[in-house]
Design a protein around this ligand. Structure first.
Ligand SMILES: Nc1ncnc2c1ncn2[C@@H]1O[C@H](COP(=O)(O)OP(=O)(O)OP(=O)(O)O)[C@@H](O)[C@H]1O
Length: 256
């Protein structure tokens, strides 16, 4: 679904990303971890075509990326829900903009509302569709934000530290929510995170990046069964992988 071959990116004279090569299969969920400023967000912008690479090639869904790609959903640290719209209407937004839903949004509003309600039910917001964002907790806002990012069934979901602002308990609830959504829709996922426990819990594959200029140093397959559950975090395989990644990142941070 995503292929990067020898991709580099310079901001002016500064090399931010160097020779990044990766292959992400359809329906695979990957996490990208690395020290601050190593180019994780830059990598996301390259995959979605928001930035052109300085060198190398990028393909999404077997087509060369030459500009902003269609078919990608995005979620960031701040939920950025529109404050004047209810939960249902916030989640509905992409359906009013993206085809083929856009043309149905007037004539077949009821079917689209049912689609939104179905997703809200999955994330536990079934009874909160008529609330405004300020009436929701931070965790509930991020649930709605995830629904909005995937309601139009994008092939690719890009997540840039979506849970970084949440407390530890809420965050782990949201891991579950995200996994449920992924198992329901089977989109390809790319998650940028600083949280190694989160990366190992959610991903099929974790990529470790170097200090700037960012290079991909390690590719780590996560052999834990799905669905993963809170007790997975006590599985010795899980803790061993988290500790191994922690050691790798420490080595990267100490390297010149
Ligand atoms: N538009 C830009 N112009 C110039 N330099 C930039 C720009 N965007 C990012 N950079 C620099 O490129 C490097 C990589 O930035 P990027 O945001 O991709 O890193 P990151 O790994 O996502 O960082 P963090 O983990 O702190 O969020 C950083 O040194 C950053 O300062």
């Amino acid at each position: 679904m995503v292929r990067m071959a020898g991709v580099s990116l310079k901001y002016g004279d500064m090399l931010a990303l160097e020779d990044a090569t990766l292959d992400i299969a359809d329906g695979e969920f990957v996490a990208v971890v690395g020290p601050s400023g190593c180019g994780k967000s830059t990598l996301m912008k390259l995959v979605t075509g928001l930035l052109p690479p300085t060198g190398g090639d990028i393909e999404f869904d077997r087509k060369r990326v030459t500009g902003p790609v269609r078919g990608a959903g995005m979620a960031f640290q701040n939920a950025t829900l529109l404050p004047w719209r209810t939960t249902t209407d916030n989640v509905m937004l992409p359906l009013e903009i993206v085809e083929p839903y856009k043309s149905q949004s007037r004539s077949n509003r009821k079917a689209l509302e049912d689609k939104v309600q179905n997703l809200l039910d999955i994330v536990g917001l079934g009874d909160f569709g008529d609330r405004l964002p300020w009436q929701l907790s931070g965790g509930m806002q991020q649930r709605a934000n995830l629904c909005r990012a995937i309601i139009h069934e994008p092939k690719l979901l890009m997540l840039d530290e979506p849970f970084a602002a949440l407390d530890a308990f809420t965050k782990e609830d949201l891991w579950q929510v995200l996994q449920d959504l992924w198992m329901h829709q089977k989109f390809t996922g790319i998650l940028v995170t600083h949280d190694l426990r989160e990366a190992v819990y959610l991903a099929d594959t974790v990529y470790v990046m170097s200090n700037r200029p960012g290079r991909i140093l390690h590719r780590c397959h996560i052999p834990l069964d799905r669905p993963r559950r809170p007790e997975t975090t006590f599985d010795p395989v899980y803790t061993e992988i988290v500790n191994d990644l922690r050691a790798k990142i420490a080595a990267v941070r100490n390297a010149k």
